[in-house]
Write a protein that binds this ligand. Structure first.
Ligand code: HEC
Ligand code: HEC
Ligand code: HEC
Length: 363
């Protein structure tokens, strides 16, 4: 069957192939077992899937188990102290300390000092609201305290969705995390190459605002500062006269830029909020879509009612590089890439002073 020279060569060179065969077999077996073990175990690529919609619709969010097991590191540095319930002997801060911030003058001395200590830790500003000190940080802090109270009171459906399962809410640390300037703030960007032919539509620029994609860089500005229509999807043909505001391709890109931002800000994918077979149909979206809608309006309010009016208070080095605009908030300023900021850490039970606009209620 084999050529003669082959049989002859074999006869002249007798070799025991059993040894090498066992070696090759053992190595092959090890590779096979290793591959099978990897396929089951998956190591760092092991995923968990969160079902977000009806079965069979592909509505789930897959995430690496290793990520889910990693806590938001800033939780460890969160400073909180329980309130000191006032007694009949308690003294008002306004009566005991000279030059005290008028907004906090009615607190008892103990609670005033407790709150100031915490706010300094949360914002990383060591002399924040030092009695008698009047600088821009004092002015801003005053607004921020009122803003925080209003967020907790009027946006409870957004930031404290189910007090029955425990309070969440927000305080200074939710955004600041120990820094005077919170991370994930944003500024307006101008057009580039205005003189060149064509219209850039603010696209094709690797910016933080576009999440380093080619999508437009002005989505946050158009949707979270201005109130432009995000809707671009329906079942009407684009040429239909029935469409009052036909969305352009650029509008669609901008909506996608915002959605890309949402996904990254919360560390989820599109099916966390949408049934992707019908982006146009709110009835098929998830409850989180509704919360996201509240988020949009809340962020517009934070930016327009609280931050923009403070623009003139800030020194120039805190303002935007192109338009000199104030730093603004978006979803990631609180969420920092997590589905819920600090995994629903309770930010208000210890802080009745910040939990609403009225007199703090101490239990
Ligand atoms: C929703 C997010 C958010 C919350 C909550 C928040 N801040 Fe701010 N804060 C900001 C943003 C955005 C800025 C503007 C950043 C800058 O300084 O340019 C800012 C700026 C400040 C500044 C000025 C810092 C500087 O040096 O420029 C102070 C002071 C401040 N905040 C205090 C507070 C205090 C006190 C609280 C809680 C009572 C609070 N903030 C809650 C978002 C927030
Ligand atoms: C955190 C929730 C959330 C995530 C995640 C999210 N979206 Fe959205 N999306 C919304 C909300 C809320 C609206 C509606 C805004 C409005 O109409 O005012 C919307 C609107 C849209 C629209 C326009 C729908 C219409 O009626 O025209 C499209 C398209 C869309 N999203 C696509 C996506 C894609 C693609 C992704 C993933 C990259 C995504 N979304 C991720 C919340 C989300
Ligand atoms: C001022 C801080 C803050 C900002 C800004 C913010 N969120 Fe949230 N968000 C929260 C907090 C706190 C929770 C958790 C509330 C709870 O679980 O009770 C939350 C929860 C959510 C949830 C529900 C998550 C879940 O697991 O059910 C969605 C969806 C959401 N936010 C979307 C958004 C979007 C989209 C934006 C931007 C348009 C945004 N948020 C901006 C603080 C914020």
């Amino acid at each position: 069957m084999f050529p003669k020279w082959y049989d002859k060569w074999n006869k002249d060179n007798p070799t025991n192939i059993l040894g090498p065969a066992i070696l090759v077999g053992a190595a092959g077996g090890a590779i096979f077992i290793g591959a099978a073990w990897w396929a089951v175990w998956q190591g760092p690529y092991d995923q968990e899937s969160m079902q977000t919609g009806p079965r069979g619709t592909g509505m789930h969010v897959a995430r690496f188990t290793s990520d889910l097991n990693t806590q938001d590191p800033s939780i460890a540095n969160f400073v909180t102290f329980p309130p000191v319930v006032p007694t009949e002997d308690s003294v008002r801060a306004g009566d005991a300390i000279e030059g005290v911030e008028p907004l906090l003058a009615d607190l008892t001395v103990e609670n005033y000092e407790r709150l100031i200590t915490a706010m300094r830790s949360w914002t990383g500003i060591e002399d924040l609201l030092e009695p008698g000190l009047e600088n821009y940080q004092t002015v801003v802090a005053r607004s921020m305290i009122q803003m925080t109270q209003e967020l907790n009171e009027f946006w409870e459906a957004k930031v404290n969705q189910n007090p029955a399962t425990g309070n969440v809410g927000v305080n200074c640390y939710t955004c600041h995390r120990g820094e005077p300037v919170p991370t994930h703030v944003w500024f307006k960007l101008g057009d580039v190459n205005m003189a060149a032919a064509g219209w850039s539509a603010n696209q094709n620029r690797a910016t933080v605002q576009s999440q380093f994609t080619a999508l437009p860089s002005d989505a946050l500005e158009k949707f979270l500062l201005e109130d432009n229509a995000i809707n671009v999807h329906d079942l009407e043909p684009r040429v239909s006269a029935a469409m009052r505001n036909p969305a352009t391709v650029q509008d669609t890109y901008r909506t996608y830029a915002l959605m890309n931002y949402f996904s990254n800000a919360l560390g989820v994918n599109c099916t966390f909020c949408h049934n992707t077979r019908a982006f146009y149909d709110p009835a098929q979206n998830t409850p989180q879509w509704t919360i996201a809608n509240l988020g949009i309006i809340m962020v517009q309010e934070i930016n327009n009612d609280w931050l923009v009016p403070l623009t003139d208070e800030f020194p120039a080095d805190r303002l935007g590089p192109v338009f000199g605009d104030v730093a603004k908030v978006a979803c990631a300023t609180c969420h920092k890439g997590y589905q819920q900021p600090m995994h629903r850490l309770d930010m208000i039970s210890d802080w009745p002073e910040l939990a609403g606009t009225g007199e703090p209620v101490y239990e």
